[in-house]
Design a protein around this ligand. Structure first.
Ligand code: NAD
Ligand code: MG
Length: 298
């Protein structure tokens, strides 16, 4: 049997075979064009029915962390709707196939989350297709490094906030009309929320906003039986990083600054989302699960 997420391995040596060479991708980038390929758990994630019968919507689920979460949710028994940019259709179709191979329903929702009507509409589409929604993962994100604040354009500042913060607000607000007690919301933040890099001013600011939004909303929704939690990844090997998230020349050393000494793979994030989505975390809300290679957090 192939190794699954339950295998014990030296975490410093795991994935030593995946190099992260210098490269650049235009636009939001594709997993299909990533050199070398990331592990999203396609060959390893083993479900055990932890989300049987649940109905999930995940934004940015065509690639990277969101794709790994979509694969895991489907193998745990959930129907999964995935939101992504139209230019990412190739990546998205692969994830649709993997969801269907797990025996679950997949719903592909291409569009731009900086458009509020799309960000709200994906909830209605999910409810129409699946007959409800009980897991929302706000995971889509924009990260473009800029060294000098003078070069950070108003347009980029606006787009980073629209994608990372406004879309989360719009989609969550639309979902509230449908989420029943026992539902869960999970927002993807970052180590950047409390340990910001000098070249990611706009991005880091949005991630701190996501943390505050989530902790405030967790308290507001707790009496309704809806839990809100955060996953805060460290450096993870995804197209976000090769499409301008980092300078290309920084990629070969990507993640080496962490105590575990390497970049994380999307597959290593999925169990955190499964835990927060499942009934196992019934007494956990307003919490942040840091999956970051051992970097200290406040
Ligand atoms: P990714 O590029 O694979 O996923 C991000 C996705 O966001 C894209 O696939 C795209 O579908 C979506 N997206 C971006 N702009 C959009 C828009 N305008 N409309 C609709 N969708 C849009 O990269 P990833 O690293 O898996 O990113 C997922 C989340 O993880 C993001 O929120 C990111 O900030 C966060 N994160 C990543 C890292 C890392 O090192 N990779 C670290 C911390 C946090
Ligand atoms: Mg993508």
């Amino acid at each position: 049997m192939a190794a699954d997420q339950y295998a014990f391995e030296d975490p410093t040596k795991k994935y030593a075979d995946i190099d992260t060479p210098e490269q650049y991708q235009e636009g939001s980038g594709l997993d299909a064009d990533l050199v070398e390929k990331a592990d999203r758990g396609e060959k390893s994630y083993r479900g055990t029915g932890r989300l049987e019968g649940r109905k999930a919507l995940i934004t940015g689920a065509d690639s990277g962390i969101g794709a790994a979460v979509a694969i895991a949710f489907a193998r745990e028994g959930a129907d999964v709707a995935i939101s992504y940019l139209p230019e990412e259709e190739e990546d998205a179709q692969e994830i649709v196939s993997l969801i269907q191979e797990a025996g679950r329903k997949a719903l592909a929702l291409p569009g731009d989350l900086t458009d509020s009507s799309y960000a709200k509409g994906i909830v209605e589409r999910t409810v129409e297709e699946f007959g409800g929604i009980d897991i929302l993962v706000n995971n889509a994100g924009k990260q473009q490094y800029v060294n000098d604040l003078a070069d950070l354009s108003d347009a980029q500042f606006d787009e980073t906030f629209k994608t990372n913060v406004y879309a989360m607000f719009w989609t969550t607000k639309a979902a509230l009309a449908h989420l029943k007690p026992g539902s869960t919301i999970i927002n993807t933040s970052s180590i950047q929320a409390y340990s910001p890099s000098e070249h990611l001013v706009d991005y880091a600011t949005t991630k701190a906003s996501i943390n505050a939004f989530s902790k405030a909303l967790a308290q507001q929704l707790a009496p309704k039986g809806i839990r809100v939690n955060v996953v805060a990844p460290g450096p993870i090997w995804t197209p976000l990083q090769t499409a301008g998230g980092q300078p290309s020349e920084a990629l070969p050393e990507f993640g080496e600054q962490t105590p575990l000494g390497r970049a994380g793979q999307p597959a290593e994030l999925a169990p955190a989302y499964v835990f927060l989505a499942s009934g196992e975390s019934s007494y956990v809300s307003g919490e942040t699960l840091n999956v970051n290679g051992g970097m200290p957090t406040p």
